[in-house]
Design a protein around this ligand. Structure first.
Ligand SMILES: [Fe+2]
Ligand SMILES: [Fe+2]
Length: 184
């Protein structure tokens, strides 16, 4: 206890500015919400007999959790304080698989805009470390959007006549990302 009272974290010279810390904390909420949203979608797919779609979404949810973790660790490493927020409840009902993936794309576009906003702020604030940290996310968003667009094309082409085939093939639509980890 006494030790705890005496412990004062060393102030880093190159500490995160408050503005950058806040916007990175906002991104923790967005990545964490993405993870929960995809779990909710996976659960809906599972309950409706689409085990392939569910598998794809469960894997994607894991990746979104890793994105959240990257922000948490980065903020703390730079002398800031990562805050784990409450997440709003995601939708749990979807009309069709196609409608659901349209929502995934809309959500990914929102996340891309959010990442770009942080990139813009790092330039304004001349925070080149955070700017560099974000480059991985910039590329990740390009891949994620492209991959969801491919799925939407496939669901329109194949899924219209044969949802069984679409559901079976969707797992093979995951491509390795730049980091070597599987991604959307
Ligand atoms: Fe993400
Ligand atoms: Fe994503």
């Amino acid at each position: 206890m006494i030790l705890m009272l005496l412990f004062k974290p060393i102030k880093l010279k190159n500490m995160l500015k408050k503005k950058i810390e806040d916007i990175c904390n906002r991104q923790i909420e967005r990545e964490g919400f993405s993870s929960n949203l995809y779990i909710a979608m996976a659960s809906w797919a599972e309950n409706n007999g689409y085990s392939g779609v569910a598998g794809w979404l469960y894997s994607q949810a894991e990746e979104e959790k890793l994105h959240m973790m990257k922000f948490i660790k980065y903020i703390n490493e730079r002398g800031g304080k990562a805050v784990i927020p409450a997440f709003k409840k995601p939708d749990s009902e979807f009309k069709t698989v196609e409608d659901m993936f349209k929502e995934v794309l809309k959500h990914e576009e929102f996340v891309t805009a959010s990442i770009n906003e942080i990139v813009a702020l790092t330039l304004e604030e001349k925070d080149f470390n955070t700017h560099n940290f974000l480059q991985w996310f910039v590329m990740e968003q390009v891949e994620e959007e492209a991959s969801v667009r491919t799925i939407l094309d496939k669901v329109r082409l194949v899924g219209k006549n044969n949802m069984y085939q679409f559901d079976r093939d969707i797992q093979s639509l995951r491509t390795p990302s730049a980091s070597g980890q599987p991604t959307t």
